[in-house]
Design a binder for this molecule. Structure first.
Ligand code: SAM
Ligand code: SF4
Length: 354
């Protein structure tokens, strides 16, 4: 269990960067571990972090709460696979207190779905209302090939359980030239039939994976062009501050998103930062600059001990947040080069959190 942390947060200055962007969205990778080894995300022989380097659940809570106090309204838990982290539901319940006080608008999570069937109801009870579940194919063999260790049936059960528990499910599909380019329509129909939204994601050059990325890269501009010949696509105005753009697909009654991180079109409205499982804050998914919040936290001995020297520790953490956000860059610099093998950013998605 997580120690009792203060329910209400003292008011504080919102975090706003040099370009006037208010930071209102935090992604937290709660673990770098996963029970799958998706080909675009991890090498099969991934070496995971020693436990001591990973933030405790209390430390995650303290950091997330500090962000909420400074204006974060939405938090997404991710990983690795967040639902393989022991005690994850305790963390969700604990962060859920900020939903009750109104300090937080939304607490969500991105999952591969493998453990969703056993956790869906607890997530709903803790205040989660929406989850993203990754699904790249509806073909069991292909699913096993893409995820290396996953079983399609388990994930389909997870999607059904989440829906039954009252969670709104958005499906995430990474567009892969040779694996699922011909399955996009089938996935759209599956999503529409289940009442889910669907978002397509372009592969991003993150971390060494022993595969040729250029080979997998499928530009979503092409996918969209092809779809537009068969479906009526209407641009939807709403934006999340992230890289997704949405269309409504009239024939299916589907909301379809396109995440094209390789284009620069979303940096101006970027309201988000990412916290890794080890407490590094990345101000931009596509840049290597980061701030080490774990050492600030551990130096101030704040983990689970906010009732001690709260003012001093809080001030140290606030100063670290201010300093980090002042360094948030104007935009990123992703390029998949012709050889395609070199990641633009050395860390894996499972560390930063997708
Ligand atoms: N394990 C969870 C899952 O798979 O949903 C959460 C973490 S995963 C890193 C988050 C999202 O990032 C998933 O939808 C995954 O497909 C996507 N992803 C992973 N590596 C990627 C890459 N190199 N390019 C684009 N998307 C990637
Ligand atoms: Fe695991 Fe998600 Fe990465 Fe797949 S994409 S290996 S499920 S963290």
């Amino acid at each position: 269990m997580i120690a009792d942390l203060p329910a209400t947060l003292p008011a504080a200055e919102p975090l706003v960067d040099r370009y006037g962007r208010a930071i209102s969205y935090l992604r937290v990778s709660v673990t770098d571990r996963c029970d799958f080894r998706c080909v675009y995300c991890m090498a099969e022989d991934m070496v995971f972090l020693p436990k001591a380097e990973v933030l405790s659940l209390e430390e995650i809570d303290v950091l997330a709460s500090a962000f909420i106090r400074r204006g974060t309204r939405r938090i997404r838990l991710t990983g690795g696979e967040p639902l393989v982290r022991r005690g994850i539901i305790d963390l969700v319940r604990s962060l859920g207190r900020h939903l009750k006080t109104g300090a937080l608008d939304e607490l969500t999570l991105t999952s591969n779905g493998s453990q969703m069937a056993r956790h869906a109801q607890s997530l709903f009870d803790a205040g989660v209302r929406r989850v993203n579940i990754s699904l790249d194919t509806l073909d069991a063999e292909k699913f096993a090939r893409i995820t290396r260790w996953g079983r399609l049936g388990q994930v389909l059960e997870g999607i059904a359980a989440a829906t039954a528990a009252g969670l709104k499910v958005k499906l995430n599909t990474v567009a892969l030239a040779h694996e699922n380019a011909d399955e996009i329509e089938a996935l759209m129909q599956f999503a529409a039939a289940g009442g889910h939204d669907l978002t397509l994601i372009e592969t991003m050059p993150l971390g060494e994976i022993n595969e040729d990325r250029m080979d997998q890269y499928l530009p979503l501009s092409r996918v969209r062009r092809d779809l537009a010949q068969r479906y009526t696509l209407t641009d939807l105005p709403h934006r999340t501050g992230g890289p997704a753009r949405y269309v409504h697909v009239a024939e299916l009654g589907l909301q379809l998103g396109f995440i094209t991180p390789l284009t620069h079109n979303f940096c101006e409205s970027c309201n988000r930062v990412r916290l890794t499982a080890t407490g590094q804050l990345y101000m931009c998914l596509g840049q290597d600059d980061q701030a080490d919040l774990r050492s600030v936290l551990r130096r101030a001995n704040m983990g689970g001990d906010l009732n001690g020297n709260m003012a001093g520790s809080q001030a140290a953490l606030d100063a670290a947040l201010d300093e980090a956000i002042a360094r948030k860059p104007k935009g990123h610099d992703f390029v998949i080069d012709r050889r395609g093998a070199q990641p633009a950013v050395a860390r894996h998605m499972s560390l930063t959190g997708g």
